[in-house]
Design a protein around this ligand. Sequence first.
Ligand SMILES: O=C1O[C@H](COP(=O)(O)O)[C@@H](O)[C@H](O)[C@H]1O
Length: 241
Amino acid sequence: MNLLIYKTQSELFEDLIEYIVTIANQSIAENGCFNFVLTGGNSPKALYELLATTYRDKIDWSKVYFFFGDERNVLPNHESYNGLMAKRAILDPLNIAEDHIFYVDTTLAPEKAAIEYNKAITAHFNGADIIFDLILLGMGDDAHTASLFPGTSILDNKEVEIDSVFVEKLSTYRISFTAPLINKAKNIAFLVFGESKAQAVKHVIEAPKKNTKLYPSQLINPVDGSVTWFLDDAAAALLDN
Ligand SMILES: O=C1O[C@H](COP(=O)(O)O)[C@@H](O)[C@H](O)[C@H]1O
């Protein structure tokens, strides 16, 4: 695990963008494309905007495929739909072709949406093992990542790679990658900032004994790849070192 801590959000973004650009260009050079999984929530919006403006010339975007690690069970035009935020912040500004974007079809029932999403991604990988070049993840104050929330049934999922889950505390369904799928990625990056995340960061990173039911982000341990945490000082404030 790599742990990177920054004084300011802008320093964090600058380094995270350099990391993304390096992996993207390496993937394109080696395989002709970059399979990039976006995270939702509020934290990545400014990152996406920077990628689409200041850094747009650093990557050949025509070779990038975009995916979502989780989605909220709301219609695609709803303000909470993770895909809508990404569409506005990065996908539209970069004129990404529709067939390079894998949105979750939330016009379907959640269970069906997860199955169809899995099918579309499996087809993209030509039926081979689904191994993404880079998965960006956020983390909530409760240590959830993607839509792997504390105490939910999806945490026990060993076989299914994309699933729907009812999140009782939010009274809603989510569609999410499961931990086994995330852990197959070549690179995983957590983007976490702000004081409200400090307690969760401490538990996930430094707890002497794992409790993945309570702190689902502890489930993220890549099989062969790397995991890097990009934190700001506020999120890292309670860490020992
Ligand atoms: O609900 C979600 O929350 C997490 C964290 O979001 P943030 O707003 O605290 O940055 C996010 O990673 C996930 O994709 C999203 O659906």
